[in-house]
Design a protein around this ligand. Structure first.
Ligand code: AAO
Length: 466
């Protein structure tokens, strides 16, 4: 099911920027999927499955030519705006986008436009010779910020807005995005990706680019371009996601932290939905997610190794009505830097076709294929079927959180590691026998109530029959 809900704020932005009408709504997709470090050919092969599972858009890793090296994060150090990376070339990118479009899946591409590389000299994976402040045919020294606010020009404090937006993130040469000539080059990249069929962008490190610098870039994009911004919510910081909402939608990092606190630490810090989302960006401008490639590495989120929690949290995200949910599909790693398996500098093809459930243990570099888990597929269907029904009858006890989607569905989970929980809860469902989407077991609803024992680390999910 397609919905008009996704990024309503973006629509308003687009209306303001380009004067389109509500009928020409730019992006109506509901469920997204980050395919972290997936090569273009593998995304193309997976798109039929992805489209049929009800996922509307995929977020792919940066496509720009990048520095050489074994770590996954070399993709975040561009050296030119050629579409040539360890994930594939320009032709493969275009083929991916058109194949996905055939199956109703839009491609959103991660773009690295805040900075270039941190290495003093080298040759990129597409053959471009560069040094930290010189990129032939693209940028020279004067296109970069020279913040002079810290001893090494690197960001030292997130409490200082000028540092964050003009000094170097992790020592990466920081583009002076206030210059119209730099904005033009960035627009060149974005328009090129759009010409290959991309639907929109994740703006990497958006926090490090002033909204004033981004505004003219976003305003110059064609009508309907999707803009999603990475602005990590940091407590007490001067730069917050809210400052970027007129440009597009933001990933809500507090959602991720709450999911981890709930499932991993068994801390339920909310009673009703208002309290639950109080610190969050408004739902219509937010992307909810369980993890991304940064948070699963920095301990802020549930990660692939906690696959049961990951499965339950993904289910809860799809069951509730906050934000636009983005699924995450990735590979197992032992050390922070570890990249997927590669041959001759290209990430090897991925085959998820045999995956249907989480495993307890994964080998290093094994693809997890979270988006193939049967419960996740059922929950996408659940989400589509309960669409428009408000959250009601929120129930909470020490380790249990449950809620109805008024008259259409019911979700309840017990996060205890070892104790079953007895519940007697109002579901808003009509009386009868229902099959739990999680276990396949039958549950009786009597007088609108579910009276059951919920196993530790599990959920009961019921869907109205009509
Ligand atoms: C690599 C090496 C570095 C080396 C560098 C240059 O690892 O050691 O210095 O090369 O040679 C990725 C990798 C990096 C990699 C980089 C370049 O993650 O390891 O560096 O490529 O190849 C900030 C930014 C945010 C950024 C995040 C990593 O604001 O934009 O750092 N994410 C994106 C990408 C990311 C990518 C880049 C940007 C760069 O998603 O994959 O880097 O293109 C606070 C702030 C956040 C800040 C973090 C940084 O967060 O609020 O804005 O993110 O600190 O630590 C609590 C707080 C929260 C705090 C958080 C910290 O939750 O509430 O406020 O803790 O964990």
């Amino acid at each position: 099911m397609r919905s008009v809900r996704f990024l309503a704020g973006l629509i308003i932005t687009s209306l303001a920027l380009v004067g389109c009408t509500a009928e020409e709504e730019p992006f109506d997709s509901e469920v997204g999927l980050q395919l972290f470090m997936w090569p273009w050919d593998s995304v193309a092969n997976e798109c039929e499955f992805i489209g049929s599972s009800g996922v509307d858009w995929v977020l792919v890793s940066p496509a720009q030519e990048h520095i050489e090296g074994g770590a996954w994060w070399t993709n975040y150090q561009p050296v030119s705006y050629q579409i040539q990376s360890r994930l594939g070339n320009r032709e493969q990118f275009q083929n991916m986008v058109s194949t996905c479009a055939e199956f109703g899946v839009d491609v959103i591409v991660d773009v690295v436009i805040n900075h270039m590389s941190a290495s003093y000299s080298g040759v990129g994976v597409g053959g471009t010779s560069y040094n930290k402040y010189e990129y032939p045919g693209l940028y020279t020294q004067e296109d970069f910020h020279d913040c002079q606010l810290t001893f090494d020009n690197s960001i030292q404090s997130y409490a200082d807005q000028a540092q964050v937006q003009t000094c170097e993130l992790l020592g990466l040469s920081d583009l002076n995005t206030s210059l119209p000539s730099v904005q033009e080059k960035i627009l060149g990249l974005l328009n090129d990706l759009l010409s290959l069929g991309a639907k929109g962008f994740r703006i990497d490190a958006a926090k490090h680019i002033s909204p004033d610098d981004l505004k003219p870039i976003v305003a110059a994009l064609p009508e309907g371009t999707v803009v999603l911004l990475e602005v990590i919510r940091g407590p007490g910081e001067p730069i917050q996601p809210e400052q970027y909402l007129e440009l597009g939608s933001v990933w809500e990092f507090d959602y991720v932290k709450n999911m981890k606190a709930f499932f991993v630490d068994q801390v339920i810090g909310y009673v009703d939905s208002e309290a639950r989302f109080i610190s969050h960006a408004p739902s219509e401008k937010a992307i909810s997610f369980v993890s991304n490639h940064d948070t699963e590495r920095n301990g802020q989120a549930i990660n692939f190794g906690q696959s049961r929690y990951f499965e339950l949290a993904t289910a809860m995200m799809l069951a509730e009505d906050y934000g636009t949910p983005m699924l995450y599909s990735s590979y197992a790693f032992v050390d922070y830097d570890g990249a997927p398996r590669e041959t001759d500098g290209l990430v090897d093809a991925i085959d998820c076709s045999s995956v249907s459930a989480p495993k307890e243990f994964y080998e290093e570099r094994e693809w997890i294929c979270q988006h193939r888990w049967a419960t996740t597929l059922k929950m996408i269907d659940f989400r589509n079927r309960v669409h428009g029904a408000p959250v009601a009858e929120i129930y909470q006890s020490e380790t249990v959180y449950g809620f109805a989607r008024e008259g259409k569905g019911y979700f309840i989970t017990n996060v205890s590691l070892d104790a079953a929980a007895d519940v007697d809860v109002v579901t808003t469902l009509s009386d009868g026998t229902y099959e739990d989407l999680f276990s396949g077991e039958a549950f009786e609803i009597k007088d609108g109530k579910l009276t059951a024992s919920i196993d530790p680390s599990s959920a009961i999910v019921l869907l109205a029959k009509n």
